[in-house]
Design a binder for this molecule. Sequence first.
Ligand SMILES: [Zn+2]
Ligand SMILES: [Zn+2]
Ligand SMILES: [Zn+2]
Ligand SMILES: [Zn+2]
Ligand SMILES: [Zn+2]
Length: 569
Amino acid sequence: MGSDDHDPKTLKDPSLRLLTRVADFVEPLTRFDRGHLVLEASQHRIIEVAARHSFRVALSFDRGAGSGVLPVGVVQVATAQAMAAESDAQLAAARAGIPGRLADWAGQYGEDPQRRPAVPDCFAPPPVIGHVEACGSCNGRGKIDCRACNAAGAVECPACSGRGSRPCPACKESGTERCSRCHGQGYEIAHRQETVWEAATNTARTQNVPERRTCGGCGGSGSVACTRCGGARQETCSRCAGQRKVTCETCKGAGALGCEACASTGKRHFTSQLVCAITETFESAPRSADAEVAGILKTLPSIEDVLRYAEAHRATAETDASTFRRETVAPIPVTSIVVAVGPRRTRVHGFGPTQDIRDFANIAGILLSDDLDTLEAALPATRLTPPRTTPEMDNALASALASEANVAIAEKPGARGLAVVLQDFRGLLTEDHVRRTSAAIGKAVRRAYWSAMLRGPVAVLAIPLLQFPVELVLHRLDPAARLSAMLGVMLLAFGGAIAAHMLVVRMLERRLAPGGTPRLWRIMSRQGHLRDWLLGAAAVIVAGTLAAAGLANLISPASAAPVTAPLTP
Ligand SMILES: [Zn+2]
Ligand SMILES: [Zn+2]
Ligand SMILES: [Zn+2]
Ligand SMILES: [Zn+2]
Ligand SMILES: [Zn+2]
């Protein structure tokens, strides 16, 4: 259909033009060309849509409270009662003003379907009012007495229990200590020199005579006044320096704490602000007996959508105390065609001069349903464990993957993928069709992948057995060399696993997409088969390499621990 006669812009017949638009959208997404879509019937109508737009003006108070005096710009009234009365007056005045303002606005813009009244059109904000009260928590003082010290700012010294002094720890309150000169004896021994006349030899000699004397240090008592307390038995408390009290920790000596309720200002303020909000509601009411068309037109979300499809419009407006209502009646040209796809039929509608299609009425689902039925019918003869596929399943999967829509579904598995696909294909395929396709293609791809893997490429998992001969050759080497040999074998095997995946994908591409290639590599990754294979293979490779190394050591144990070299003399 490349000729200019069939260009959508030049086609005169609206139904043919709509069919062309449908085909332009559907053709690239399925393996079926537009020859499969047959125009069976058509209808061109003008359907009136009554778009009901309403704007309700509502007034409310924003009330505020805070500490200290009123914020700048707030008009102060004397009391809470005065504020309530003034608020009521503001509300009454604003309410009285709304109908007139709304009517003025409606007189100017009421019949313009896209105009919306704004808050300044219906409401002039009165000043914010407020009043100030003494803080209830602190009775206006801005502070609260400290409970820890009963507002005194100081508490009894905990070290001396308020006595100002403590028992002397050196003399244990005895006021004395042992005399250091006589060690508590009370006396000391002195040696007096005495000259003795030796009659036998008739010589004089000097001898020492010990003599017990009362101790001069303690006067014979053995004890002296305690050097620490000077005999007072008590010593001044070092914590309070004898003052008996210490500064209160809680209030740092202030005797009071700041009031949190009023941020220490002693005042609380309260404000009242009259505010206005406009609530917009929109409803599209098509005047059509055709439930399908009416159902689609009802979902138009805004007046702009309605006007986009309308060739003309006329609006009527009315205003009451607080609500402005506008009804815009817009005639919308609707082309409806019945498209036959084989034995099945579906209706597609084009809206407005551009024939916008809001719902493709499952037309792709109908085109693709035979492929899906065939694939679902082929699956029961296959299985996953052990993997087995049939040529019927391969052929059905190949047919299914020849359509771009199915590839897109296969690339987005799981619940999140389903949501994305439904968003992208809204109306082109039903949710049920997408779910069935996702399940059937997922199952078929999984079986095809794992059976292709088992048909040969899985042999790379035998690579770790290489470690066995390597061990036999190397077991007399040092541990570092053995370890690198082991890592080398593992890396080789892991590389083999990646190559095995690539080989399987190539095999499947040849089988499932001999002509054009659906993106099998991406499908395998997105469906998690690449990840499952690599994780499983890694586990087998590590276990296999270690097992091969262990077995080699069992059969030919490494030589006994190296003999320590004898020390050279
Ligand atoms: Zn306070
Ligand atoms: Zn205190
Ligand atoms: Zn003390
Ligand atoms: Zn003494
Ligand atoms: Zn003492």
